[in-house]
Design a binder for this molecule. Structure first.
Ligand SMILES: NC(=O)c1ccc[n+]([C@@H]2O[C@H](COP(=O)([O-])OP(=O)(O)OC[C@H]3O[C@@H](n4cnc5c(N)ncnc54)[C@H](O)[C@@H]3O)[C@@H](O)[C@H]2O)c1
Length: 297
């Protein structure tokens, strides 16, 4: 594999592009939004600078990494020569189905199409293509250049060859791939999201405040970051979308998103990406006060 197309240049797309480029792959980064592409290039440069400061990368390697990334707004141009496509667009089923239909038409027959989806069924996405055996989940964690795990998700039709190729490729990116099967939330989010949702419910019910809840989980459970701050990092809209998939997929009320999460997303409080979630990021993370008016009386 030489040319990797990454679709979506948001939180995850820029990290995925960064990682492939750093390990020598040519990256075509595609987004419908030019500003998102420009922002992604700036973020990648800033994150590479951090690696140079830490002396884990040389200045020359930084320049070479940046030079391997090309940006596209046209899907066909971006995928027509790709050996692997990694889709990391917004977590919406209809959008993913549309993208996979298009990529299936424009990408060469040998190309593997992977989705970085947090929860949407790989089997369902694969079914709209004519290459179900070459469709797979490649679930990177945020921040991609730092986090070691890649959850590799086998859909109903995913072949052994495709799985082996993606496992091998993940190792070449210095990641640790783990193979799992395709059920709602896979493994990572099936376990993580109910914990985040419960932390939000604990806040909603007035059991404790934002920093108290996060401190309990950091100091008591040795989590590097509290669940509410982690939700801000992931994006509250993404958390809500994943909980909806779990709720619909299992039909179990235990996955119902907490009303406070629903309200915050509707109010545009999406976490770091919108400047505020459970914390305010205007001048460093500070527990936000705004949520209190939405708390259950
Ligand atoms: N945020 C996380 O921590 C995290 C972790 C693992 C996986 N994921 C998954 O990664 C995917 C992306 O999440 P994100 O947090 O980066 O989202 P994001 O909102 O930060 O970025 C999504 C990007 O997709 C672009 N996009 C939308 N429609 C498009 C189209 N038709 N063609 C090309 N680009 C398009 C948007 O312009 C935006 O730049 C989702 O499936 C999400 O579930 C997210």
């Amino acid at each position: 594999m030489k040319i990797i197309a990454v679709i979506g240049s948001g939180t995850m797309g820029n990290g995925i592009a960064h990682t492939f480029a750093q390990f020598g792959y040519q990256v075509n980064l595609i987004d419908i939004n030019v500003e998102a592409l420009q922002k992604a290039l700036k973020t990648i440069e800033k994150n590479l600078d951090r690696q140079v400061q830490k002396e884990t990368l040389s200045e020359t390697e930084k320049q070479e990494t940046l030079a391997r990334i090309n940006i596209f707004t046209d899907m066909k141009e971006g995928v027509v020569q790709a050996d692997l496509v990694v889709e990391a667009a917004t977590e919406q089923l209809d959008l993913k189905l549309k993208i996979f239909r298009e990529v299936d038409i424009f990408a060469p027959p040998h190309t593997i199409i992977a989705s970085n989806t947090s929860s949407i069924s790989i089997t369902q996405i694969a079914a709209v293509t004519n290459r179900g055996s070459q469709v797979i989940g490649m679930h990177f964690m945020n921040p991609v250049p730092v986090m070691q795990l890649v959850e590799v998700i086998r859909g109903y039709a995913t072949s052994d060859e495709t799985t082996a190729a993606v496992m091998e490729l993940s190792v070449k990116l210095a990641k640790k791939p783990v193979e799992v099967n395709d059920y709602p939330g896979f493994v990572a989010n099936r376990i993580l999201m109910p914990m985040i949702n419960e932390a939000i419910a604990t806040l909603y019910e007035g059991v404790a405040g934002v920093s108290e809840i996060d401190t309990v989980m950091k100091l008591g459970m040795a989590h590097p970051m509290g669940p509410l701050q982690l939700a801000d990092f992931i994006g509250l809209d993404v958390c809500l979308a994943i909980l909806k998939v779990l709720h619909d997929g299992f039909g179990n009320p235990k996955y119902a998103p907490c009303p406070l999460l629903v309200n915050m997303v509707m109010a545009g409080k999406k976490g770091i990406k919108s400047g505020e979630g459970f914390y305010n990021y205007a001048d460093g993370p500070k527990a936000a006060k705004v949520a209190s008016k939405f708390l259950r009386a």
